[in-house]
Design a protein around this ligand. Structure first.
Ligand code: ADP
Ligand code: MG
Length: 143
């Protein structure tokens, strides 16, 4: 397990951290986000998807739970579990299979909702609100 922490001062800096982080990601990696509403999970993922080479604008998938983006011969899935209530909801959108396919890159907002479906091998990204628009972004790599 390795850990790394960054402080950002604004939205752009958070996007930049996400963009740089994307360059270190390999196929099949699961990114589990934790952080309150408005902490910057979607903002980070906007930068992250840019770093993956995705040109389409990333919007929050809150109402449809899963959004799929093409990257070369692979897929990036942006998942938002905010409105999910049960493990069955997660299975009904196929997320359990997406996480197991070993190929797709998956970023999951509100990962606490996964419960025991949370994969053992994952990178957690915890975002905390600090004073003056600052955010603390902490990466924890469980491999
Ligand atoms: P979440 O997906 O966690 O609910 P969003 O990314 O949708 O959060 O929203 C974060 C909000 O906080 C945006 O309106 C953004 O402009 C604002 N913001 C202010 N400072 C920061 C910062 N340092 N990092 C990220 N977002 C910030
Ligand atoms: Mg969001």
């Amino acid at each position: 397990m390795s850990e790394q922490t960054f402080i950002t001062k604004n939205k752009k800096e958070t996007q930049k951290i996400g963009e740089e982080f994307a360059k270190k990601i390999t196929n099949g990696q699961i990114l589990a986000f934790f952080g309150d509403l408005g902490s910057g999970k979607t903002t980070f993922i906007q930068g992250f998807s840019k770093g993956l080479g995705i040109k389409r604008r990333i919007i929050s998938p809150t109402f449809i739970i899963v959004r799929k983006y093409d990257i070369n011969d692979n897929n990036f899935f942006h998942v938002d579990l905010y409105r999910v209530e049960t493990e069955n909801d997660i299975k009904s959108v196929g997320l359990d299979q997406i996480m197991e396919d070993g190929k797709s890159i998956v970023a999951i907002e509100w990962s606490e909702k996964l419960g025991k479906l949370l994969p053992k091998k994952r990178i957690e990204i915890h975002i905390d609100l600090l004073e003056n628009e600052q955010r603390k972004i902490r990466f924890i790599n469980y491999e």
